[in-house]
Design a protein around this ligand. Structure first.
Ligand code: EPU
Length: 420
């Protein structure tokens, strides 16, 4: 069984290039199905969720190959609109193929999507969005969705869901000039990346990044080279580690408009940010100092991202006198608390929604398990500050989203090794 071995670090020093974003690239991969030809995706990370999307593409009749960090997809031979393979139930983004197959074939049949077990992860907002667009939806053992965009539509998503926004956008791109307006759309940078990529492919989408997105249908898409944004959560994970053990690091391939909510939180923890054109230099001298209190409340963009909650919790276990974390997006994202407590943290959880943290002076290395992608990354961060050695098991979760977390940490002069 593979695991990560982490030794105590006295500070991070060095530079690392930030990989392409998992949550950007997955819907972009699904959307290549819309084009009857080749799409070139640059800055695509080598992570297991991408490999699972590639297997689904193959089952549809498409091909995809990696050349370095460029993924070349050829969807000219798509001959299937049914996806019931294992990969579907492993990853959440498999559901985005529904929108893509609707645009391409006018029908999609798919098993229920999976993903990290961090909450109920319903898809009612996706299905409601499809119904508002005029598609027929059958929801029995499989999802069975059919139809075409045949008239202009104004829809309003029932919640600001990232995945539902992506699905309805992708399903509305191909039509005979029909206008679709999506209200209450999610505004995450990953939605912006998807829309920029689709526009490169010939779509006509405006308003992305706001809550009202407008799409004018086009008859077909064209061959394009699209670029995946850097991963703001991977960058945030390294900033979290810096805030815990101190040091001086540079993150490359990242832009100066780095996520404001993450920046604000880590500034409070003593991290200093210096921005250059495509890199950020970061410094933290505060590793042994506690701040009196910190409250973090997760929210949709531009709020503090739920995907950084586990990592900042690991930091707060040591760097605050008294801390509160309120998880507002997922119902079950405090699984890591038991692991952090095993390492010596003092945390009480109320109703699976609020974590009350009392800062301790040290964590101790021991054997812990990743329970999902971000909790695994957070244990790696905690391991850097813990005394002795930490073993993080079930590392497969981390490989879903981090291209080479061990190598990256070694570039930052930490002792993190992948074993197995
Ligand atoms: N929800 C519903 N009904 C729906 C859709 C969502 O009730 O139809 C609920 C979910 O159960 C959840 C909340 O709404 O409680 C947010 O879900 P959303 O649809 O916005 O999230 P997602 O598309 O499933 C993406 C990321 C997640 C990230 C969330 C929120 C991908 C592949 N996943 O998930 O990433 O946490 O947005 O930002 O893009 C991660 O990277 O670790 C991760 C979990």
């Amino acid at each position: 069984m593979s695991y990560l071995k982490i030794r105590h670090s006295d500070g991070l020093f060095g530079e690392v290039a930030i990989q392409g974003s998992k949550n950007s690239v997955l819907p972009i991969i699904a959307s290549t199905v819309l084009h009857k030809g080749q799409t070139i995706i640059r800055n695509c990370p080598h992570i297991s969720d991408v490999y699972d999307m590639m297997k689904i593409l193959k089952s549809l009749g498409a091909t995809s190959i990696f050349e370095g960090n460029t993924l070349i997809v050829d969807s000219s031979q798509i001959n299937n609109s049914v996806i019931i393979d294992n990969e579907v139930s492993r990853i959440r983004s498999s559901v985005i193929f529904v929108g893509a197959l609707l645009g391409r074939c006018g029908c999609a049949k798919i098993a229920y999507p999976g993903g990290c077990k961090i909450g109920e992860r319903k898809i009612d907002a996706h299905l409601d969005g499809f119904l508002q667009l005029g598609y027929e939806v059958e929801d029995n053992c499989y999802l069975d969705v059919k139809g075409r965009i045949t008239e202009d539509r104004v829809i309003c998503l029932k919640i600001k869901s990232v995945g539902a926004t992506e699905n309805v956008i992708i399903s509305s791109v191909i039509s005979d000039g029909k206008i679709v307006i999506i209200n209450n759309a999610a505004t995450e940078p990953e939605i912006v990346n998807l829309c920029i990529a689709l526009n490169e492919m010939g779509a006509e989408i405006t308003g992305y990044g706001s809550e009202r997105i407008e799409i004018k249908g086009v008859k077909e898409l064209k061959e394009a080279e699209v670029e995946v944004f850097y991963d703001r959560i991977v960058a945030g994970t390294y900033i979290a580690a810096l805030s815990l053990v101190g040091g001086n690091i540079t993150l490359k391939n990242i832009d100066r408009n780095y996520d404001n909510a993450i920046t604000m939180a880590f500034r409070k923890l003593g991290v200093q940010f210096k921005y250059y054109k495509n890199e950020i230099s970061l410094k933290c001298n505060a590793k042994n100092k506690k701040i009196p209190e910190l409250t973090i409340s997760t929210a949709v963009y531009p709020g503090f991202p739920t995907d950084m909650q586990s990592q900042i919790m690991a930091v707060m276990c040591v760097r605050v006198e008294s801390g509160i974390i309120v998880e507002n997006i997922f119902e079950n994202r405090f699984g890591n608390v038991e692991m952090l407590k095993k390492m010596g943290a003092s945390i009480d959880v109320i109703n699976n929604k609020i974590a009350m943290i009392k800062g301790v002076n040290r964590l101790k290395g021991c054997k812990v398990k990743a329970l999902d992608l971000r909790s695994g990354a957070a244990l790696c961060v905690a391991g850097l500050m813990a005394e002795g050695e930490t073993i993080v098991e079930d590392v497969e979760y981390i490989l879903r989203g981090y291209e080479h977390i061990d190598e990256d940490f070694r570039k930052l002069s930490a002792n993190v090794w992948f074993v197995g």
